[in-house]
Design a protein around this ligand. Structure first.
Ligand code: PEP
Ligand code: MG
Length: 892
């Protein structure tokens, strides 16, 4: 039997199901599902993603059996509709749309009204009794098809349309007559022939195959590639193609088209939320060309146009019933598209709705309360990466605000930055480290790179489901959309806001995506609050996860923030950061410049009380939770000035000849400092430095135990170990100092001495190292650097091209390279445990806060991950996902 490539849906029957997304794409699978559960869906068929894969693997050709399969399925659609594709009297028109496994809004191509030509348009006139509608549909089709399939510059045809309106002295498309549209169709075709040197195809079959090819081709267009990259969607998934009987929302005032969410996608509140347009066709709502109307009275605000509930009450009631059927069926918030043709409602799409992090949490917690889902499902519903949005600051309520406009609160959070008007400028300035706000009349998929580079997005037109709003929410960027208060003037690179305030390119504004306010200048922000539904969900998260989450913190303040975010200890306290504070750096430099051990010890004695003070602060803040303190790691030259003028200044303040300083700087110079005299190598050559640090740690602990009744088990961590001998020497020194301090204070304090595993040799010999080490913490920043032979300080100049070219799936310094570096982690765990079964294992590289990496850490059996304070909740949630067997895959 030949392989099956095409799946039918219509009249209550479907060959596909919701769980066939991989094969049918999200749209196709859900059209099939909606058909099967009895919802009104126009009949059609889905050409599977396997055809897309075949198409790219076989020089852009189709499997031999596809033509016959498509023809047969088209016949089924004709039978249900009682119309024939290409028929002169009663023609069937179809839409051709893409539909990938994961939703990629607006990224690929769509063609509507396909099947129209000079003959079939007469049949549409007969069917609809409306000549104007028929020719309007025809010209839309010619515009869309010539742009998407033939590569015609769409602005050329738009200009012809504008000329026509000017000739007729009208402003709106709706003022043009049937004859005008008919004339324009002729003009469009002539222009297409003149510009492209080929005729617009009259044959509906040729049109159909042209459209199918264009949809498959659009999988590889630049904006789809960019979107996939930003959303980690693999290129080999491919798209499906959906061919479906057309229904028309633009046949008069008893017609409409709209999009809706079964709950509010911004706040998560449980009411039906949507927008519609009377007498409009499909894309008009999402394209942001006309400002849509609210679907119900709940949403309607003073000044809004009438709600669908008022204008088309019967259809609204039917839609509201479908809303609850869908939620009960899918047990998740849905994002739907519908069309009403002459008072009859049709469903064109349903999918799990994209939502803000805030809404994701509220919907998940509410659905547990409503009995729709259980707590585990609720936890899996919130993506760890999404939490980032909630962990960002909001506007300081006490700050002064000069509000210059208000639009729709399309995506929450607050951000300030420099105003730019094009996506390219946004990208350019962001590359130079500037924070930018992208201001557009409306955004389109071509702007996606600029939106990604911006802190926030402001648009003058479009609703809550406009491109800007949907994409910004997905990216977790703040967005104020549909801000009719502003008039954007691209030519002058400025916009005018309320009260005639003119904001030019380069000026600073602040957006509040939670209220829709636009403010002049940069408004200060405050950290987020983690209570309410967030607290409820995180309570469930902590019940399910087994992996502990610690934080990387070097100050009492960071420790406090991290604990409030739920950190269960410190996994990495980098002591070098403490050396840079104003009154200490002098003593540190004195220590580096000292000619001998005595000189160094004298300088170190000045640093000791300050370090001890730091540790007391941190231990106090962590209230007995484990704290891992790493001994000095960076090469010493980092503490000395490098520029002549700074050396001269230091020479004056220290009273040391500039020549001596220069000599020392030259002496410390290394060609590869990251592979040079750093980490435990400093401890081997200058043992007095580590001795001082160990003393400071233990004196801090003993004092708190003795005077304040604390129970503390300090974890002393030695960096950059390559061989067990290094660790044996340094551990012996540390034990000696610890025992001296304990004896001096006369208290019982336990301590652990362990190491970072951040060199491949350490992972390979982890069984030997575990003889000495009581814990391992994977320093995956250095381990990635040394495994790849990729400098973490220099890779930024060329690594992005590796990712762009698909040589690396992601930046390995951001998400752990599980196949390579990850294997060293796994091996290190196994070998370490073979020597010391109860050895404590953790990770403290940046990967400790990356959801995919956290899941990997759970799988290989680490005890904890450690990450920056603001990522602690993300890591907690990722750890729960790992324990519940979930991934972070967006399509789940
Ligand atoms: C590491 O290498 O992963 C690490 C945590 O140490 P640092 O980034 O300080 O080198
Ligand atoms: Mg390191």
């Amino acid at each position: 039997m030949a392989a099956k490539y095409v799946y039918f849906f219509g009249n209550g029957q479907a060959e596909g199901k919701a769980d066939m997304k991989n094969l049918l794409g999200g749209k196709g699978a859900n059209l099939a599902e909606m058909t099967s559960i009895g919802l009104p869906v126009p009949p059609g068929f889905t050409i599977s993603t396997e055809v897309c894969t075949y198409y790219y693997a076989n020089n852009e050709t189709y499997p031999a059996s596809l033509t016959a399969e498509v023809e047969a399925h088209l016949k089924q659609v004709e039978a249900i509709m009682g119309r024939t594709f290409g028929d002169a009297r009663n023609p069937l028109l179809v839409s051709v749309r893409s539909g990938a496994r994961a939703s990629m809004p607006g990224m690929m191509d769509t063609i509507l009204n396909l099947g129209l030509n000079d003959t079939t348009v007469q049949g549409i006139i007969a069917q609809s009794g409306d000549e104007r509608f028929a020719y309007d549909a025809y010209r839309r089709f010619v515009q869309m098809y010539s742009d998407v399939v033939m590569g015609m510059d769409k602005h050329t045809l738009e200009q012809l349309l504008d000329q026509k309106k000017a000739e007729k002295g009208v402003h709106l498309d709706t003022d043009l007559t049937a004859a005008d549209w008919q004339d324009l169709v002729g003009q469009f075709k002539a222009r297409i022939k003149a510009d492209l040197g080929k005729e617009f195809p009259e044959d509906p079959k040729e049109q159909l195959w042209g459209a199918i090819g264009a949809v498959f081709g659009s999988w590889m267009n630049q904006r789809a590639i960019t979107y996939r990259k930003l959303n980690n969607i693999p290129a080999d998934w491919g798209t499906a193609v959906n061919v479906q009987a057309m229904v028309f929302g633009n046949m008069g005032n008893d017609c409409a088209t709209g999009v809706a969410f079964t709950r509010d996608p911004s706040t998560g509140e449980n009411y039906f939320y949507g927008e519609y347009l009377v007498n409009a066709q499909g894309e008009d709502v999402v394209a942001g060309i006309r400002t849509p109307q609210p679907i119900n009275l709940h949403q309607k605000k003073p000044g809004d146009l009438p709600a669908m509930e008022e204008v088309l009450p019967e259809c609204y009631k039917q839609l509201a019933d479908i809303r609850s059927i869908l939620e009960k069926h899918y047990k998740d918030m849905q994002d739907i598209e519908f069309t009403i043709e002459k008072g009859k409602l049709f469903m064109l799409q349903t999918r799990n709705g994209k939502r803000t992090a805030h809404a994701a949490i509220k919907v998940a917690v509410d659905m547990v309360k409503e009995g729709l889902i259980d707590e585990k499902t609720a936890v899996l519903r919130v993506l760890p990466s999404q939490l980032d949005q909630l962990l960002h600051p909001s506007l300081d309520p006490k700050a002064e605000k000069k509000i210059i406009a208000k639009g729709l609160p399309a995506s929450p959070g607050a951000a300030g930055g420099t105003v730019v008007f094009t996506a390219d400028e946004a990208e350019e300035l962001a590359k130079n480290g500037k924070k930018v706000i992208l201001v557009r009349i409306e955004t389109s998929p071509e702007d996606i790179h600029g939106m990604h580079a911006s802190q926030g997005i402001l648009t003058a037109r479009g609703g809550m489901t406009s491109h800007a709003a949907v994409v910004a929410r997905g990216m977790g960027k703040c967005c104020v959309a549909g801000c009719g208060d502003i008039k954007v003037n691209y030519a002058e690179q400025s916009f005018t806001a309320c009260g005639g305030v003119v904001v030019k390119k380069g000026d600073t504004i602040t957006l509040d995506g939670s209220t829709g306010q636009v403010m002049l200048g940069e408004v200060p922000t405050v950290p987020p609050q983690m209570t309410g539904d967030f607290g409820t969900l995180m309570g469930w998260v902590d019940r399910f996860r087994t992996l502990k989450v610690r934080t990387n913190a070097d100050t009492p303040h960071d420790s406090k923030v991290a604990r409030e975010f739920g950190a269960e200890g410190i996994g990495l306290c980098r002591t070098e950061h403490m050396f840079f504070e104003a009154e200490r750096i002098a003593a540190v430099r004195e220590m580096i410049l000292a000619a001998d051990v005595e000189g160094r010890e004298k300088a170190l004695a000045k640093i000791l009380p300050m370090q001890k003070g730091d540790f007391i602060g941190i231990f106090r803040e962590m209230k007995g939770l484990p704290v891992t303190i790493r001994l000095l790691d960076p090469p010493l030259h980092e503490f000395l000035p490098q520029e002549d003028k700074d050396i001269d200044e230091l020479s004056r303040t220290m009273g040391v000849p500039a020549a001596t300083l220069k000599h020392k700087v030259e002496f410390l110079h290394e060609f590869n400092p990251m592979l040079g005299h750093r980490g435990c190598r400093l401890g081997i050559t200058f043992p007095e430095i580590y001795d001082m640090q160990v003393r400071a740690i233990m004196e801090a602990a003993c004092e708190l135990v003795k005077n304040e009744g604390f129970s503390i088990v300090p974890e002393i961590m030695i960096p950059l170990i390559a061989t067990v001998k290094e660790l044996a020497v340094l551990k012996a020194n540390a034990v000696r100092v610890c025992d001296e301090v304990i004896a001096k204070y006369g208290v019982q304090v336990e301590y652990l001495i362990g190491t970072m595993i951040e060199l491949p040799r350490a992972a390979l010999t982890a069984d030997e190292i575990a003889v000495e080490a009581e814990f391992f913490s994977y320093g995956t920043n250095d381990l990635t650097q040394t495994t790849f032979g990729l400098s973490r300080d220099d890779a930024g100049t060329f690594l992005p091209s590796y990712v762009d070219a698909g040589i690396l799936p992601e930046d390995p310094f951001v998400s752990l390279d599980q196949n390579g570096v990850g294997q060293l982690l796994k091996m290190g765990c196994e070998r370490g445990r073979s020597t010391r079964p109860n050895i404590k294992l953790g990770i403290c590289g940046e990967h400790g806060g990356d959801p995919e990496s956290v899941i990997f850490c759970h799988k290989i059996g680490l005890d904890y991950v450690s990450c920056s304070p603001f990522r602690v909740p993300i890591a907690r949630l990722a750890a729960a996902h790992a324990a519940l067997g979930g991934g972070t895959d967006q399509t789940k």
